[in-house]
Design a binder for this molecule. Sequence first.
Ligand code: HEC
Ligand code: HEC
Length: 145
Amino acid sequence: MKIKLLMKSILTMVLILFSQLAFTNEGGLQSLRGSLPLTETGLTPQTRPWKQNSGIVNRDYEAQPPVIPHEITGYKINLRSNKCLTCHRRETYKEMGATMISKTHFEDKKGNGHVSANRYFCTQCHIPQRDIPPLVKNTFTEFQE
Ligand code: HEC
Ligand code: HEC
């Protein structure tokens, strides 16, 4: 019983010591945020330009919302208008050379052929891309059709 108690208090002390060390890290420990101490604000990451008209990007897994291969700066989506639909809706996609929104985007309870309210805010699921090499190397391979 006593030994257990002793072990417990030693463990607690070691843990406290480690947490103290984490807070007093004066740099030197290289991580993704550089070697800045945790008490300092990280450096503002450099932003790279959005990928522009890079062509359809392969999907990585089944039922993935395709990523947006063009810039969307200033494209408003609100109650009155949806910029994305000016090019992607059924009536205009051919003329604009864009992909028509998926048939699934019309499915709602009423089935009235309008874009479902669940799919109206496109950027909930679709995101544009920047040209950035992965921070951490990995062996992920994309979904093969
Ligand atoms: C000015 C017309 C235009 C507007 C506005 C526009 N797009 Fe596009 N979009 C295109 C074109 C053209 C392509 C095809 C790109 C290609 O083939 O290089 C495309 C491609 C895409 C794709 C890829 C489709 C696939 O099959 O992989 C997605 C997703 C997409 N757009 C989403 C959006 C979203 C979301 C918005 C609004 C924030 C938007 N687009 C606004 C013209 C437009
Ligand atoms: C709730 C998530 C969600 C929202 C919101 C959404 N999408 Fe999608 N979208 C998807 C998924 C998932 C797919 C791929 C599977 C499918 O076809 O349903 C897709 C597919 C697409 C495609 C490719 C269609 C094809 O036949 O290859 C386009 C283009 C697209 N969406 C555009 C849009 C636009 C424009 C909006 C806004 C009006 C929008 N999406 C809103 C999830 C979403």
